[in-house]
Design a binder for this molecule. Sequence first.
Ligand SMILES: Cc1cc2nc3c(=O)[nH]c(=O)nc-3n(C[C@H](O)[C@H](O)[C@H](O)COP(=O)(O)OP(=O)(O)OC[C@H]3O[C@@H](n4cnc5c(N)ncnc54)[C@H](O)[C@@H]3O)c2cc1C
Length: 453
Amino acid sequence: MTSLPSKDITLPKPVPETELSGWGHYPVVRGEERLGEDLEAITQGVVLTRGLGRSYGDASLPSRSGEAVAGSALADRILSFDADTGIVRAEAGFPLWRLNRLFLPRNWFTPVTPGTHFVTLGGMVAADVHGKMHHIDGCFGEHVTALRLRVADGRIVECSDTQDQDLFRATIGGMGLTGHILEVELRMKRIPSPWIFQETERCDSFDHLIDALKEAGKTWPFTVTWADFLNHGSRMGRGLLMKGRWADPSEAPKDLPRFRHPPTLPPIFPSWLGQPFLVRIFNRLVFAAIRPSRGILHPESCFYPLDIVHNWNNLYGRRGFTQYQCLLPDTPDHAAQHRLLDTLRRLRAPVFLAVIKDCGREGRGLLSFPKPGISYALDLPIDERTQSIVDTLNDVVVAEGGRIYLAKDAFTRADHFRSMESRLEAFQAVRRKWDPHGLLRSAQSVRLLGDRP
Ligand SMILES: Cc1cc2nc3c(=O)[nH]c(=O)nc-3n(C[C@H](O)[C@H](O)[C@H](O)COP(=O)(O)OP(=O)(O)OC[C@H]3O[C@@H](n4cnc5c(N)ncnc54)[C@H](O)[C@@H]3O)c2cc1C
């Protein structure tokens, strides 16, 4: 194991009372984010740690207004890498974009990536993120070999599948509620080249889209679809299927991929740009313009198409947006999927962007989101109907034996969550064991798990 030199300067940068929110800009709360290179020091006595705030709702927000949370962003050192096993250990604030840009040219990649690379390793563990490779590679947590945590009583604990396994498994997907993750150790994946080979296919109906997605998953390691759910007629749910794999060295460009710096949007965007009819026109233009294609693609264009512009979330204006992400088990007739589609149609839900993924085995984290079925990530601008839309969709999810993704959630009610989460009691039992006084909590755990504010 090669130890890389670590930085030993600590520059705590406390930010006084300020506004905190997730990626959806909803909710916004007053709070203090304690930033500092020494994560051990800044996590002392705080209720929660957050990463880059890429979760959409209230998962990374303090449990009550004005409270402090630790921010891991400056704790971003790689601690070791073993080129024989691919095992890398880094501080929890180490961002995925740097991991990728460091390792891609050396033919290594993270085994699982979400749809943005502006996330920290700690945030990836806490949400047990999944990606377009879930049907093959499972969740991120499956590839984590050990964690170093500060638990509620202040102790520093190393845990893994062989050491304090209950804590390890509850922390994977546990949304920061079991301890402050200080270090993450994971096994990287060898790749044949740093380039992607991708095919894009148009699917003219919802059934076509779901069938093609399931079929593609049998042979392609990366699959994802983009669906048009703003078109409420017979074309509702048509979309594009993207199928990818790592390019073989014989077909990959000789050069290494060049990494770009995305432009930033202005902080406030005109609200008229976010009108459903304009987005509907945009979706139609995209569908008409994109032709079936196949060829070599930059890895960041494959995995992070939305990262092409910083702060694209500003497009939703001051009121913000939520991403409702749910998973529904599937059957050959896709009956559950049709019930969701019919519900969205009946509600005339303003789904600006819909991403559908094929999910494989359940993760090993006690609250990991994916299990076999189909996942829907639906972007909804916040308006007076949002709560009732989410409530109605959650009725469908409960009835179909599905579940929602905590990293995206801001509106689910506690009773709905309890009805869809049979593993909740086991998770709470681990929390009670390691945090008997309920010190660790978030705005989300107050809303969903009944924690005290
Ligand atoms: C454009 C976009 C696309 C996305 N695509 C996907 C996707 O395809 N798949 C997917 O799974 N997710 C996806 N996400 C969600 C994102 O991957 C997760 O929300 C991830 O957790 C964000 O990481 P973060 O570092 O920003 O954490 P934050 O958002 O800051 O925090 C998320 C949770 O992790 C906890 N946490 C963070 N760091 C620590 C730590 N050091 N110790 C303890 N707890 C911690 C927080 O308390 C909070 O509960 C997407 C998000 C965006 C914005």
